[in-house]
Design a protein around this ligand. Structure first.
Ligand code: NI
Length: 170
């Protein structure tokens, strides 16, 4: 495993539509391992492959939603993810991004989403997510289409010393 350099604006790779993954060979496994390591080290709660300069449809998400229960955060690796259902209810929350250091913004997202994709071995998976998890999936999957939170934000402001990719509202 190795840490990869996180690409920040104005890196062009962040604005490109990423390619679909067709090959689940060792190269992909190494990429995913590196993404997990890079996300944890940042630290962040999610990372998309374009953020480390690889224009492929892969995301990793690890959010400690259940920390209060003493349960460790669950790690999700999704290849070729797509959102197949958006709840009609939306919610505004504060987002930031490792690729846009020093900024945060208010972004309206669907409160619940259903995501379909493949796991790292190519097996089909479907995930229903709510609240912050749903927000993180929407943010990361946007990265695969070259969309950044600032494109969707109602308001963007400067922050200091904030490194988490998506900061809880409080
Ligand atoms: Ni981001």
């Amino acid at each position: 495993m190795a840490l990869r350099e996180i690409q920040t604006l104005p890196a062009q790779v962040l604005r490109r539509k990423a390619r679909k993954v067709k090959d689940f060979a060792p190269d992909l496994q190494a990429l995913i391992d590196d993404m997990v390591e890079t996300m944890r080290q940042a630290p962040g709660v999610g990372l998309a492959a374009p953020q480390i300069g690889v224009s492929l449809r892969v995301i990793v998400v690890e959010y400690g939603e259940d920390l209060e229960d003493g349960r460790p955060p669950k790690l999700y690796t999704l290849v070729n993810p797509e959102i197949i259902r958006y709840s009609p209810e939306n919610e505004v929350g504060i987002e930031a991004c490792l690729s846009i250091p020093g900024f945060a913004g208010d972004v309206e997202r669907s409160l619940e989403v259903t995501v379909r994709g493949q796991n790292r071995r190519g097996k089909p998976v479907k995930i229903k997510a709510k609240g912050w998890m749903a927000r993180i999936f929407q943010h990361e999957i946007d990265h695969l289409d070259g969309i950044l939170f600032v494109d969707r934000a109602k308001k963007v402001w400067r922050i200091e010393g904030e490194t988490a990719q998506i900061a809880p509202a409080d």
